[in-house]
Design a protein around this ligand. Structure first.
Ligand code: ADE
Length: 241
């Protein structure tokens, strides 16, 4: 069973999400176990501060090293001695999250997310403890909880058995070189809006061709970067034929 820890000043935010939906189901099915550690529990009395002013000046506060080092020590003591936890720090200056990174993280038996709510965290935490600095996109959120949960969601759904077959991760956009195609379900006609008749034709070859054409069109329109990659892969295949 994977052990997932969140070090955060707002454990309620994390608990509200991980107890619901597919994450909650993954825990009930014992694929994962979630733990939250409140960073304030690792701060020093009497003021219990977890942030402080930046050396050298500048706007915003910085997450102090002591609460994070102490919390990580406690987590490491709770984990089996053989466990080599990945320590993830979500940050806008990290590497952009990709499907490959999610696959890679899904292979780890323990992950610790460090969630800051400040201008930044003390660099010594990043230098000494963090193994993965990950951004979920080129925009800035107010804290690390939501990006951690985004990363976690992308990872947990890849664990074999977590998704039902109808939710299968295999045909997602990004598990292929192309974006996903449009999907339709009953009713066949809704308020005069028709489903493509080819999908109801029973002709598997035509259905596959239709899906593939839609995937190609969407990828070409929306993601020229992925389209270029796809064309290179296809050209490579052709040169072996
Ligand atoms: N924290 C704040 N903004 C973020 C982002 N875009 N990605 C990851 N962590 C963040």
């Amino acid at each position: 069973m994977k052990q997932i820890y969140f070090l955060t000043p707002f454990p309620d935010v994390v608990n509200a999400v991980v107890s619901e939906s597919i994450l909650g189901r993954a825990e009930k099915k014992e694929f994962v176990k979630f733990y939250t550690k409140n960073l304030f529990d690792f701060s020093d009395p009497p003021h219990h501060r977890i942030d402080d002013y930046p050396f050298g000046g500048g706007a915003g506060m910085v997450l102090k090293p002591e609460p994070v080092f102490r919390a990580i020590n406690e987590v490491v003591e709770e984990l089996p001695a053989v466990s080599k936890p990945r320590v993830v720090f979500p940050t806008p200056d990290g590497h952009i999250l990709t499907h490959e990174m999610a696959i890679n993280l899904s292979k780890s038996d323990s992950i610790i997310f460090i969630n800051g709510h400040y201008k930044g965290i003390d660099q010594r935490i990043r230098d000494e403890l963090v193994t993965d600095e990950i951004s979920i996109g080129d925009y800035v959120l107010t804290g690390g909880e939501l990006p951690s949960l985004v990363i976690l969601d992308a990872v947990i759904r890849l664990i074999p058995g977590v998704l039902n077959s109808y939710e299968s991760a295999e045909t997602d956009s990004f598990s292929h070189a192309l974006l996903d195609c449009p999907h339709y379900t009953r009713p066949e006609s809704y308020k005069g809006l028709e489903s493509p008749s080819v999908l109801l034709s029973g002709n598997h070859k035509e259905i596959e061709d239709w899906k593939n054409n839609r995937r190609q069109e969407k990828t070409r329109d929306r993601r020229p970067d992925l389209w270029e990659k796809y064309k290179k892969i296809e050209d490579g295949k052709k040169s072996y034929e």
